[in-house]
Design a protein around this ligand. Structure first.
Ligand code: NAG
Ligand code: NAG
Ligand code: NAG
Ligand code: NAG
Length: 374
């Protein structure tokens, strides 16, 4: 009995060996299959390399004849994106190199935006890679996006600049509406008002803006590799508004004022509904610091660095309507809560730091608002 079992085992083993041998010879004869296996393995390795270092990954794939060295082929590879990390795709597409810029354009060409509204197109585009953090990179990518959108949807916007500016207004709207840290949720009317005059000096159709607003309101943008670090908060100077107490320059009394931070200026109003501000403080060349005040909590101060007695360039409106220069060497301000103080300091700091992105956007906004429509 034992011998019998042994025999069966042995036979089984020999059969197995035969099967393996046959399989192997199949492979050997079937070189295309073997080659394909090797190729797949190398492609997988190339993807891995790409995710660690995009440039090296692409180079590896080209050297091993797995990818043609043309911007169209590379763009196709990134567009398919199989097994690729979207952060790495964003990094590669954002590079300043002439060749990478060509790949970026080929990549954008692969996106089909015809008959999509701007929000739908942005959803598709922003999902295909992760937007890198650097202002110049974002600018190049969004410029390419705007060009492609206008190419696919002739006549919707007067110019690509209009499309570019509106795209950012939408990305910012996404944050304002969906980021729980942003208390002030703009209404559709405000969104429309904010985008007045951006169509080469003219207005965009209200219905178009309403649709875009509703779309974002109903569903925020999803971004790949969302690490909770909201792009919009990092790369835009968030506008902010709220009640603060301001210490007078000449007469040292605390006055409650409605402050609005926008366009690198701090405006303050007596009432939220006032059309004209009581004062304007341009933030250029100023710094901000926390201070203790014996009378008020949560204080901070705007001041001119390295300068004790110089008056800050600012203006205010007198009771009789005259606009005069301010008389402050520092602006001391008190926030209602420690959290609000932190937020104001953060936002004002961001405004002061002359975010290059903010300046690029502001310049374009100026351009699209001042162009005369023919
Ligand atoms: C993609 O790469 C980024 C940056 O290296 C990393 O933080 C992220 O976790 C990666 N994502 C995946 C899905 O591996
Ligand atoms: C849109 O808002 C959501 C929710 O705050 C956020 O996760 C996402 O990153 C935002 N998208 C963009 C493109 O800023
Ligand atoms: C800020 O500083 C620069 C350089 O010193 C100067 O040219 C500019 O006029 C200053 N701006 C304001 C508002 O004081
Ligand atoms: C600012 O101070 C100067 C000198 O103290 C004074 O002459 C001027 O009237 C003040 N201006 C305002 C707007 O209070």
């Amino acid at each position: 009995h034992l011998r019998c079992v042994h025999f069966v085992k042995c036979k089984f083993y020999l059969d197995l060996k035969n099967v393996k041998k046959r399989l192997f010879s199949d492979y050997k004869d079937n070189t295309p299959l073997l080659k394909n296996m090797q190729r797949n393995k190398q492609v997988a390795m190339g993807r891995k390399k790409f995710n660690m270092d995009p440039k090296k990954g692409i180079q590896f794939l080209i050297e091993n004849d797995l990818l043609k060295n043309t911007c169209e082929d590379i763009a196709q590879f990134l567009y398919k994106g199989e097994g690729l990390n979207k952060t790495a795709i964003g990094d590669y597409l954002g590079e300043r190199d002439e060749f990478n810029i060509q790949v970026l354009h080929a990549f954008v060409e692969l996106h089909e935006f015809t008959d999509l509204n701007l929000v739908q197109a942005l959803r598709q585009f922003l999902w295909s890679f992760r937007l890198p953090g650097e202002a110049q990179k974002i600018d190049r990518m969004m410029e390419a996006f705007a060009q492609r959108y206008c190419q696919c949807n002739n006549g919707v916007f007067q110019s690509t600049d209009t499309c570019y500016v509106l795209s950012f207004a939408i990305i910012m709207l996404n944050t304002s509406l969906h980021n729980p840290n942003v208390k002030d949720k703009p209404t559709v009317e405000r969104f429309i008002a904010m985008n007045r005059g951006i169509n080469d000096g003219g207005d965009l159709p209200e219905e178009l803006l309403r649709n875009l607003y509703e779309s974002i309101k109903n569903e925020p943008f999803k971004i790949p590799e969302d690490d909770g670090n909201d792009l919009t908060h990092t790369f835009f100077n968030p506008d902010r508004e709220g009640w603060l107490l301001k210490l007078g320059g000449r007469v040292k009394t605390w006055k409650r004022r409605w402050f609005i931070l926008t366009d690198n200026c701090l405006y303050y109003f007596e009432y939220t509904t006032d059309k004209e501000p009581r004062g304007i403080i341009p933030l250029e060349n100023l710094s901000i610091r926390e201070v203790e005040d014996s009378k008020k909590p949560n204080c901070f101060e705007l001041y001119i660095p390295d300068n004790k007695d110089q008056v800050i360039k600012a203006c205010k409106t007198e009771a009789d309507g005259r606009v005069v220069e301010g008389n402050h060497t520092v602006y001391r301000i008190s926030a209602p809560t420690p959290e609000e103080k932190e937020e104001w300091i953060k936002c004002i700091k961001a405004a002061i730091s002359r975010d290059p992105f903010y300046e690029m956007l502001a310049a374009r906004k100026k351009k699209v608002s001042s162009t005369k429509r023919h």
